[in-house]
Design a protein around this ligand. Structure first.
Ligand code: LRH
Ligand code: MN
Length: 426
């Protein structure tokens, strides 16, 4: 989509100002005893997986407004993620959702992924919708259904997802269940949990030894009285019962109002069960908006917990899957994903700036104001020149959204795919 020359030409007019801003920040950080170049290496290394189901405009039950030029196949989705990765060098993998992305031409896909420098991040099962040729409905649940035939169908579907991912090099399988109830009495809450545990164990049995199974929780929607896996504690206990390859997935939008998400992230990291994130932004519920758009300070505090744990020698290292899970109604999906990655890298960069020795000292001394000021110093530091330099050193655009617009990418996609092409997804 974009040649290196094009990227070079897009960066050229911005370079002089960028160097001015970057050098100013690098000097400021040096005076604080921090090395901008080692920070950039960590930012370049940090990769965020792009969900295949967010490359088109998602709808709500009230409506869907196509952006035009949406990807019509898995191959076109991979090309769009390839473009995002060209622009920011920070999106080198794609998560697939089955059956929306059932791989057909395996050899072709392997070649395409290699040519785009991409890998498959996580496979995601879907037992929250009924498919045309399906024998049993998921109306009353899937892995927790009272009907054994429904549970077995859902178990087989999850195993099929894993089998679809293996030839494409996937190593992660994500399970999110819409299972639950809308009315008190509708479901036996303990037995629903036990059936889910039994079904997950059957899926876990089929998991290759070098794979991870992520269990995603959600407090409500599409059920509004109970969800079988409503919170991190339930996901954690299920992971405990399954084995070491089972980990908890934290979707930022899956928390009741005012939940201290950074604390549960630190807790899961301490317990060795933090498997991954679905990053998105939300003000109320599972709004699936741009990551960091509504609560940038909370996103910073989450990364503050992650960096603190990563720098804690007493804690075993963890391989955490960083993924976006968003659904767009009003923005160009690709611009929104570029913004989300930008806000995520910004939050990570700010968390790397926290003076942890001084913070620990202030915390031990119960010097609340000092501790708060140390966090604010990092959060209020404008790290955009650092992130832009990381993009540049990764061969990307200094300002990905501006470059995307200057290159008229959406217009080109509409010309190729049409104004009303619709992508599979939510
Ligand atoms: C459920 C969820 C889950 C996906 C779906 C697309 O709300 O977050 O991760 O399967 O969105
Ligand atoms: Mn999710």
């Amino acid at each position: 989509m974009l040649s290196e020359d094009q990227l070079h030409d897009l960066n050229q007019p911005l370079l002089a100002e960028h160097h001015l801003q970057f050098n100013y920040l690098a000097d400021l950080l040096a005076r604080r005893g921090q090395d901008a170049h080692s920070l950039i290496l960590q930012l370049v290394e940090f990769q965020v997986a792009i969900p295949s189901w967010a490359l088109g405009t998602g709808g709500t039950r009230f409506g869907r407004f196509p952006a035009g030029g949406e990807p019509r196949s898995l191959e076109e989705k991979i090309n769009d993620v390839g473009l995002l990765n060209q622009l920011n060098g920070s999106s080198n993998s794609i998560s697939l959702h089955i059956p929306w992305d059932i791989p057909q031409d395996i050899a072709g896909l392997q070649q395409l992924l290699a040519s785009q420098g991409l890998s498959i991040d996580s496979m995601n099962s879907n037992t929250f919708q009924d498919q045309q040729d399906q024998a049993h409905t998921y109306k009353f649940g899937s892995l927790s259904a009272t009907d054994r035939a429904v549970r077995e169908q859902a178990i087989q579907h999850n195993i099929d997802c894993i089998r679809h991912g293996q030839p494409l090099g996937a190593k992660v399988h994500t399970v999110w269940l819409a299972d639950g109830s809308n009315f008190p009495g509708q479901s036996h809450l303990r037995r629903a949990y036990l059936r889910t545990q039994e079904s997950l164990a059957a899926i876990y049995e089929a998991l290759p030894s070098d794979w991870t199974m992520l269990i995603e929780y959600k407090p409500y929607e599409p059920n509004f009285y109970s969800m079988v896996i409503p919170d991190w504690g339930t996901s954690y206990t299920l992971c405990q019962s399954l084995g070491r390859q089972a980990q908890v997935l934290v979707d930022l939008g899956h928390h009741l109002p005012n939940t201290n998400i950074e604390q549960l992230v630190g807790r899961l990291r301490q317990l060795g069960r933090l498997g991954g994130f679905h990053f998105n932004g939300s003000g109320y519920g599972d709004d699936d908006l741009t990551t960091g758009s509504a609560k940038p300070f909370q996103l910073f505090l989450i990364f503050n917990e992650l960096v603190d744990a990563n720098q804690d020698a007493s804690l075993a290292a963890a391989s955490v899957a960083y993924m976006i899970d968003a659904s767009h109604n009003t923005k160009d999906p690709l611009e929104d994903l570029l913004q989300s990655v930008d806000n995520i890298l910004g939050a990570y960069a700010k968390a790397l700036l926290v003076d942890r020795a001084a913070l620990a000292e202030a915390q031990d001394a119960n010097d609340t104001v000092r501790a708060e000021e140390i966090l604010r110093d990092a959060f209020l530091t404008d790290v955009r020149p650092l992130v832009a330099e990381a993009y540049r050193q990764a061969g990307g655009a200094l300002h990905p959204v501006r470059a995307y617009r200057a290159a008229h990418i959406r217009q080109q996609l509409v010309a190729q795919r049409g104004k009303f092409s619709l992508s599979t997804g939510l």
